[in-house]
Design a protein. Structure first.
Length: 247
């Protein structure tokens, strides 16, 4: 797990290096690893880089500009991840020239945006012809089931797989891959141990504001990236949607 200075854990972004947050960090990390081959040797804009761990992972094999509106986050990224070109900017108007990048990565961010359609048009503008858009986002069907408004107060609009695909196509992209993140065998065992869902067990602790039960904290802290799977199977039951589209 990454070490070094950490950003405050507010619930708006995932922060590595915190035992209680490790499940979510690993769940996001598997998506970065799955999508990283699309970035190799390319110029990549991560639109909404947050803490910066994902941009740093991509920067191991690409030139990466990490863009975020939060000044504290950008200062943190610049200090902790020097391989990332940290830049402050608004996702409503990307500070990149037309056709200026090969890849736009937007992982676990689009659900925070008020104008998702406008953002995707911006992504189309800044990508070179043939460039790739990489998007992940919580699956509305499983993340906020049966609700019209998201459970997470930092989310403005969550999407089902078909809804994300439709938005991306409407912005002028061609979807090349639509898959999802699922629990692997060991996490399914943990689901069974903790009343059917290790996610719900974590949420209950946070909502109650109580201390973490030792067994649950040990289980969460021990989650590894390989405990998740990315597959095109059973898409509507996925935890997070993973999309690759071409301009």
């Amino acid at each position: 797990m990454p070490t070094g200075p950490t950003l405050p854990l507010t619930g708006e972004r995932t922060v590595p290096g915190i035992a209680e947050e490790n499940y979510w960090f690993r769940r996001h990390e598997i998506a970065y690893l799955h999508l990283a081959p699309h970035c190799a040797g390319k110029t990549v804009l991560e639109a909404g880089c947050g803490e910066g761990y994902g941009a740093a992972l991509l920067a191991e094999q690409a030139t990466v500009v990490g863009l975020d509106y939060d000044q504290l986050a950008i200062a943190h990224v610049g200090k902790k991840y020097p391989a990332v070109h940290a830049t402050r900017g608004n996702l409503a108007r990307l500070p990149v020239r037309d056709g200026g990048v090969d890849v736009v990565a937007n992982l676990q961010v689009i659900e925070h945006l008020w104008d998702q359609e406008g953002f995707l048009r911006e992504c189309h503008r800044v990508l070179r012809p043939g460039g790739h858009l990489l998007v992940t986002t919580p699956n509305r069907i499983t993340f906020s089931p049966g609700r019209d408004t998201p459970l997470n107060p930092f989310h403005t609009r969550e999407l089902a797989p078909s809804e994300l695909d439709e938005l991306v196509r409407a912005a002028g992209f061609t979807t090349e891959y639509l898959g999802g993140v699922h629990h692997g065998p060991r996490l399914r065992e943990l689901d069974a141990r903790f009343g059917g869902s290790i996610i719900d067990a974590q949420v209950e602790v946070v909502v109650a504001g109580a201390g973490w039960p030792e067994e649950l904290l040990t289980a969460v802290a021990g989650v590894e990236v390989d405990d998740f799977e990315v597959t095109e199977r059973d898409l509507d039951a996925s935890l997070d949607i993973v999309l690759v589209a071409r301009r």
